[in-house]
Design a binder for this molecule. Structure first.
Ligand SMILES: [Zn+2]
Length: 259
C-alpha cells in the first residue's frame, strides 16, 4: 500500500543521473502527491518555477542559499523578487544561515537572509529556512523580522531540544530529511519525537542526504517514504495517520500547493 506522501524540499535539477521526468515517475509510483522544487540561486529558482508551471504536483520555492549569499546582488535579489510573484511559487527559500560550510561571511549571509525575508513578506509567501550550526542567530533574525507565528518551514531540521521549544512556540513547521534515518542520528530522532504532529513535515533534500539503507547513492524524492516510516516509528504513530497529518500540514504551511 502506498501512502500519500509529501516532499517539501528537493532539488530536481541537481540529480546527476535521473531526469526531472524520471524522478517524478518514481515519486508518483511511491505515492508522492506533492513536491516542492527548491532553488538555491537565480538559475535554479527559475528552473523550479518552470517545472512547477508544467507539473501539477510540483510547486516551487525561490531564493538564494546562504552559501551563495555573496551572489545576492541587488540585481539578483530583484530577480528573486520577480520570481517570488510567479504562479506555482509557494515559498521563498532556501534562505538562512550556514556556519558549517563557512564559505560566506556571516554579515553577508545575514544581509541576504533579511532581504529575502522582506521579499517573502511582500508576496505573502512562506519562508523556507536553511540553518546549519547557527540556530540562535537564525531564530533571533526570524523573530526580529516579525516571523513568529507566521508561515516558516525549517528545512532539514536539526535544532537541539532548547531550540525546538522556541521554534514550536513560534508555530513554525519542522521538516525532517533522510538524515533522521542515519544510524548515528539518535539525538536527531529524539528531537523529531518532540515536535507536535501538527508542525511536522517530511522532505528528501534530494539529491543529497540519501536515507538509510541507500546511503552512498543519489537521493530522489521517492525515498521520502523511508523518512516518513522512520518518523512514525520514532514517534510511535501509525504511518498512515502520520502521512495524512503531514499532507494536511504541508497544505497549511504552503498555501497554493494543491494536491
Ligand atoms: Zn536544499
Amino acid at each position: 500500500m502506498t501512502l500519500p506522501l509529501v516532499d517539501t524540499h528537493c532539488h530536481l535539477g541537481h540529480h546527476a543521473e535521473l531526469s526531472v521526468a524520471a524522478q517524478l515517475e518514481r515519486a508518483r509510483a511511491a505515492g508522492l502527491v506533492l513536491l516542492v522544487d527548491v532553488g538555491t540561486d537565480v538559475g535554479s529558482s527559475a528552473a523550479a518555477v518552470a517545472v512547477a508551471a508544467t507539473e501539477p504536483d510540483v510547486v516551487a520555492a525561490v531564493g538564494i542559499h546562504p552559501n551563495d549569499a555573496a551572489a545576492a546582488t541587488p540585481e539578483a535579489l530583484a530577480e528573486i523578487d520577480r520570481l517570488a510573484g510567479a504562479d506555482g511559487v509557494v515559498a521563498v527559500g532556501e534562505i538562512g544561515l550556514d556556519r558549517y560550510r563557512d564559505r560566506t561571511a556571516p554579515a553577508v549571509q545575514e544581509a541576504a537572509f533579511r532581504a529575502q525575508l522582506a521579499i517573502a513578506d511582500r508576496h505573502d509567501r512562506t519562508v523556507m529556512i536553511h540553518c546549519r550550526d547557527a540556530w540562535d542567530d537564525c531564530v533571533r533574525i526570524l523573530e526580529d523580522e516579525g516571523w513568529a507565528g507566521r508561515r516558516v518551514v525549517l528545512h532539514c531540521y536539526s535544532g537541539d531540544p532548547a531550540t525546538t521549544a522556541r521554534t514550536v512556540a513560534n508555530g513554525w513547521f519542522h521538516s525532517f530529511a533522510g538524515n533522521v534515518t542515519f544510524t548515528n542520528a539518535a539525538a536527531l530522532r529524539e528531537v523529531a519525537a518532540l515536535v507536535p504532529t501538527g508542525l511536522l513535515l517530511t522532505e528528501t533534500d534530494a539529491p543529497f542526504l540519501t536515507p538509510h539503507p541507500h546511503r552512498g547513492t543519489p537521493n530522489d524524492p521517492s525515498y521520502v517514504a523511508l523518512t516518513l516510516a522512520r518518523l512514525a516509528d520514532v514517534r510511535g504513530e501509525d504511518p498512515a495517520a502520520l502521512a495524512a497529518a503531514v499532507l494536511a500540514n504541508a497544505r497549511r504551511a504552503l498555501p497554493g500547493a494543491g494536491a
